[in-house]
Write a protein of this length. Sequence first.
Length: 365
Amino acid sequence: MSKERRQPGGSDSDSLPQRVALSLTLAALTAVLPNLVPIAGAQTGRPVVKIVATGGTVANTPDGRISVERVISELPEVESIADLRVEDVTRLGSSELTFQELIDTAKAIERTFAEEPEVDAIVVTHGSNTSEETAYFLHLAIDSDKPIVVTAAQRQRTTRSEDSSRNFIDAVITASSPDARGKGVLLVANELIHSARDVTKNVVSRVDTWQSLDVGALGIVSGRKAVFYRELTRRHTTNSEFSLDGITRAGQLPSVEIIYSYIDADPEIIRAAVTAAGADGLVVAGFATGIPHIGQSEALESAAESGDVALVISSRGSSGRLASRSEPPYVGGDNLSPQKARILLMFALTVTRDRAEIQRIFDEY
């Protein structure tokens, strides 16, 4: 005689204490289940890389920007390198970005590392025009030694000789490399691995636009391997004194403007930056010798004396170093481009207004 089959939900004869006990057991298992399930990287042996997408040419086609998920689907080989996750922060061209998007990107990375500890690295997809600025912003703000790699492209996807596919794959390769850990934020493009501090975009449309002019790239992507040849000695990420703690809006950052030097430069632009725009600091893109136009000098010195405005002197040239200044009013900008000197001065002004301390920061970063 066959046995009567018990229904999955039990029968009416189940006692109340049994059902309560079962419910408590299920609740306990649910509470610990996330800790019992192996992470993706542990299951596959591949690192877990999160793509933090901001838009830009990597995901741009002649018909408009596409999702990073679609980019990945068109590059199936990339999923043999790492287990990928995706978070869209925004879908903008980099010439449209503001500091709000940079803060949002930094917060997304910080949140990922805090809430998803199994994530081994980050790749930030970006537009080319301001990729170096976003990379340097993250380089100063993020307190993690996990690899963070920014990548961009010069040519739209689906166009002839497009570079977005190769740059994206190379960025994932670099982010997946244990050797990339602790090197700060990197920018990967055209098979080269650059430090966020040193790299700049120099060429209108060629794919070799990203260069680290004074000191060269940190390494190269060779096949499916990231190979490093030198280290960065300046402070960054885990050794940075800066953070975005308590900063969620762009308006909370100090205001810094760039003043360009040229023949017969009008000093009224300086006064407008201080009085109308309320700048806390000015970066002077001076002549290659590291001086402003003489017509600008009085207005700059006046701003420093009466308006308590921090002044950093940089060069409008493409390379070279400006020495530290022991005397006011200027801080020597080292070999940072004006746009990167602006970012460092903004962060410096979040911790000090003392000119000597700001010079110390420029010497160390």
